[in-house]
Design a protein. Structure first.
Length: 383
């Protein structure tokens, strides 16, 4: 666990924070303060042509947790006016409110994307009455497709749990981790090893997963050595390291999963999350937020290249909500400089963008409920 995150968790405990950092009692010292960020080493962006006109065999849903248009435009400015996400030919807007709150969290927001239901704040994979509901992972498996998840956060965090687990409260972290034993995904990569063993209930979740046919990797290096079969990789005790320390691991873990799942002639569904955009929005840390956003965009570029060559894969990119109330107030595109302020350490209520690339992308234009993303993917994969 990095030092910054440790300090933040301590502050949350003192303030009585619960779930998703959305109940912080006091704004931190960075809120409403002008911050400047300069990307010293911009990366080149290639033109990638979106395939069209073919049957949708595979769908990859990419979620930038807490990502808004302002995050994207700020990152675009920092990278001298270019991002891989701009290769997506289709855009739309998603309304993110949940069943009982105007401002959602990743539990309810992710459940809308995974299962097509507006549910209660803090719920994961259940309806408003607490009943488990099938996700795109389980629906894909029902049809004989393969399925996978790759994230940079701990696996008990809300978004991956939305696709693999069921619980009325995202704070029931040990219960959520135990529920991965019932997850049907063929490929799962994330952090969070802290709660898979040495648990209050005495269970060893790794052993139970092995009994379900998974090969277990407890580091990224171990994961790289696994070439086929069902893989469950918990690469870190908590979240994965910062971008400068982990390198292009999100892109690598995404491509590894795509190549593995693509061995199924019937197709696959995969969810990929740039998880820690949300964390640094809560922290009001502009530099780290931009590092995470740009890492997510580079991952998008690698996924687009793979999909362009494949020709039968639809990529959908969106967010579960916005975090931090980020505003771009100035800067210089030629210098890669941005000047921004945050208005909150919590989530805000703006609509979030949707981007689509590949066959079927035309279905994602317009303004719609976040649950419609599930509906569209389900229809295109004939689930």
């Amino acid at each position: 666990m990095n030092t910054l995150f440790s300090k933040f968790l301590l502050c949350c405990a003192v303030a009585g924070t619960i779930g998703g950092y959305s109940h912080i009692n006091a704004q931190n010292s960075r809120t409403d303060k002008l911050q400047t960020y300069v990307l010293d080493n911009p990366y080149p962006v290639e033109k990638i042509v979106s395939p069209s006109g073919k049957k949708v065999k595979n769908v990859i849903l990419m979620i930038g947790d807490g990502m808004s248009l302002m995050h994207i435009y700020s990152a675009w400015t920092a990278n001298r006016g270019k991002l891989y996400i701009e290769n997506a030919p289709v855009t739309g807007l998603s309304k993110t409110y949940c069943a009982n709150k105007l401002i959602t969290d990743s539990g309810a927001g992710g459940t809308a994307l995974s299962s097509g239901v507006k549910t209660m704040y803090h719920s994961v994979g259940v309806d408003v009455e607490g009943n488990p509901i099938p996700s795109l992972i389980s629906l894909a498996k029902d049809k004989g497709l393969s399925a996978g998840v790759a994230v940079t956060c701990r696996l008990w965090d809300a978004t991956p749990a939305d696709f693999c687990c069921h619980n009325i409260d995202r704070e029931n972290e040990y219960e959520i981790v135990a529920d991965y034993v019932n997850c049907r995904a063929d490929y799962v990569v994330g952090g969070g090893g802290l709660k898979f063993v040495n648990r209050p209930d005495g269970r060893n979740i790794y052993k139970e997963l092995e009994q379900k046919g998974y090969q277990i990797a407890k580091s990224w290096e171990e994961c790289l050595k696994l070439k086929d079969g069902k893989i469950f990789a918990v690469t870190d005790s908590f979240d994965t390291p910062k971008p400068k320390d982990r390198g292009d691991r999100l892109a690598q873990s995404s491509l590894k999963g795509m190549n593995l799942l693509n061995k199924n002639d019937k197709g696959f569904f995969m969810m990929i999350e740039g998880s820690q955009l949300d964390d640094y929005g809560h922290f009001n840390d502009l530099e780290m937020l931009m590092q995470e956003t740009l890492d997510f965009d580079r991952t998008i570029g690698e996924v687009f290249k793979w999909a362009a060559e494949d020709g039968e894969t639809l990529i959908v990119i969106t967010a579960d909500h916005e975090t931090g109330g980020l505003t771009l107030l100035g800067g210089d595109k030629e210098k890669g400089e941005i000047q921004c302020k945050f208005s909150t350490t919590s989530h805000s209520g703006v609509m979030v963008p949707v981007y689509a690339f590949g066959p079927g992308a035309e279905n994602f234009t317009g303004i719609y409920e976040n649950t419609a993303i599930f509906d569209k993917i389900k229809k295109l994969l004939n689930l």
